[in-house]
Write a protein that binds this ligand. Sequence first.
Ligand code: NI
Length: 175
Amino acid sequence: MAVRPIITIPDPVLRIVAEPVTVVDDEIRTLMDDMLETMYAAPGVGLAAVQVGVNRRVVVLDVAREEDDRQPMMFANPEVTWTSQETSVHEEGCLSIPKIYEEVERPARCKVSYLDRDGVLREIHCDGMLATCIQHEIDHLNGILFIDHISRLKRERIVRKFAKAKRLLNAEAAE
Ligand code: NI
C-alpha cells in the first residue's frame, strides 16, 4: 500500500467526470488500498479516486467514530438509486479543500448500488454521517465539490484563496 498525493482546488482534474470501472481487478483493489491508506494518513473520512488523479469511479469511506475500530468501506461505480425527501444539514470538509468547513444540505437518507471489492453488486441504505459522506464522494465522481452546494459568493472567495496560495507557492519555487 502507498500514500498518494491528494489534488487540491482549483486543479481542473477535480472537475472531470470519472469513467466507470469495467472489472474490479487487482489494479482496482490496489487503488482502493492506496486510497484508504491516503485517507487515513490525511486524516479524512472519505476519498474519491479523482482526488488522487485516477479517472475511475472508485470511492473509499470510513465513518467509524475515532474511539471505535476502523470500518473501511470500498465502492466501485457507486450510484445513488434513491434519496429521501427529508433533508439534513451537516458541516462538510474535503481533503481537496483543506481546512474549509461549510454547512451543506442534502437528502437525509439514500440508497446506493455499487460493486464491492470482489466485484459483487450490492446495495446499501445510508443515513446520518454515512448518507452525507457517500453523497459527497459520489459528487466527486461527477466533478462536483461540496462548495458547489453553498452560496456562489462564499465559493468564489474560497477558490480565489486557494488559487492565490498556489500562485505564491509557484512564485517561491521559481525564485
Ligand atoms: Ni471531498
